[in-house]
Design a protein around this ligand. Sequence first.
Ligand code: FE
Length: 203
Amino acid sequence: MNGSINNDAFFKLSYGLFVLSAKQDDKDNGCIINTVMQVTDVPKKIVFTVNKQNLTHDMIAKTKVATISILDTSAPFSVFQDFGFKSGRDTDKFADINYASRAKNNVLYLNKYANSVICVKVTDMRDLGTHTEFLAEITEALVLSENPSMTYQYYFDNVKPKPKKSKGFVCKICGYVYEGDTLPSDYICPLCKHPASDFEPIN
Ligand code: FE
């Protein structure tokens, strides 16, 4: 028998926030992800999942090469806007970014706002429906600073702007405000693609 599912319970997981980047031909691209985990030490491997709607997902599935910048608590909201709220299909996300460098694998990483960078070669992929799970071996790993890693909790408490509107619903993931008296149950956040269940009313 299943019990009820309170989505807030998942925010208690110690999620980190990461910029996942890729390069295919002449195009650089990146997106925000929240699941990266080291799963073995010898050989050194990690797993991460990416929403299939992200162009970065398609690029990594094709090239099998990726770089993960581990965001730290110095990251301002603009980093989330640059990598989380824009479509890589329409724009060059790195065009106005002056805080990126190329790793040995030729993929860009953030040389600021990230405390480390992990470069990988994908060895296995698993279809999880909305997401693909990538299993990958480490090809390079650098520590950039001693700043603490950005967590969801820190992002909510200190980085995400507080809503100013007096009515409506706010996305708990990205801070997008839906202005309306009722939120449709099948509503999808236009910015981060999370469902209506991740919105809360503004009081
Ligand atoms: Fe959102």
